[in-house]
Design a protein around this ligand. Structure first.
Ligand code: DC
Length: 230
């Protein structure tokens, strides 16, 4: 009798900006020996390129065409985060600034852009062994993921986290303005017609507002072990 080899597990992590997805998804992947993939960085990579080449962000066909002519590769860095290469050039440190923050939801709202990104993301997860974080991973990109998490946190906690990240990167930003930007971005991400930010019905919901990162990761790993236990 031949036994079919099981595909390595696939984990989806979704939620709004600043809910802690990338930190916990990266740590979870590291502890389980899985590959962490940050899909937001792919949309940020395209937004960066569009800004860099002066593209009109309201011209949807042009953005779709731009993506067709753009390679976006994610590589694992020694700290587990993703290095982002756009057309072979590392742009990792240019993706978190105010310009990209302000334009990425527009780029991510273009249906043709999403269709192409989703195709690429599914190809990355084809052989399993990944923890993928984004907005539509459990609902649309990988609906058959072995395990799905939806992370939430209060707007105040999310804004404080993003503020701390940006200050560490050397950006001088006002907390109140940042909070309004996050709210605006969440609204755009949740209200777009195609593959919006949404909680999958079978996702495990974790509110990270007052919980330490390592506690959240411990919980996620406990769920993982329960789900993948034969
Ligand atoms: O996770 P992030 O903040 O780096 O995401 C950047 C933007 O990309 C954000 O506006 C939501 C969007 N995004 C998306 O629409 N779908 C994904 N799978 C990942 C991110």
């Amino acid at each position: 009798m031949t036994s079919k080899k099981k595909r390595a597990p696939v984990v989806a992590v979704d939620g709004p900006a600043g809910a802690g997805k990338s930190t916990v998804a990266r740590k979870m992947a590291e502890r389980l020996g899985l590959l962490y993939l940050d899909t937001g960085a792919m949309y940020r990579g395209l937004a960066w390129k569009a800004l860099h080449c002066g593209a009109d962000l309201r011209d949807e066909p042009n953005l779709e065409d731009l993506l067709q002519r753009t390679t976006i590769d994610l590589y694992r860095q020694s700290d587990g985060t993703n290095e982002v290469l756009v057309d072979g050039k590392s742009v990792t440190n240019m993706l978190r600034g105010p310009e990209v923050n302000a334009s990425v939801s527009l780029v991510a709202g273009v249906r043709g852009v999403r269709e192409e990104m989703v195709k690429r993301q599914r190809a990355m997860a084809e052989h399993g062994g990944v923890v993928m974080d984004g907005r539509d991973i459990g609902t649309f990109v990988l609906p058959n993921a072995d395990l799905k998490f939806y992370l939430t946190a209060s707007l105040e906690a999310r804004a404080l986290r993003r503020h701390k990240d940006l200050c560490q990167l050397g950006y001088d930003v006002n907390l109140e303005t940042l909070s309004q930007e996050i709210e605006h971005r969440d609204r755009l991400d949740s209200s777009r017609a195609f593959a919006p930010l949404a909680q999958a019905p079978d996702a495990i919901v974790i509110d990270t507002t007052n919980v330490e990162v390592d506690r959240v990761v411990d919980d996620m790993i406990a769920w993982y072990q329960e789900k993948t236990h034969d």
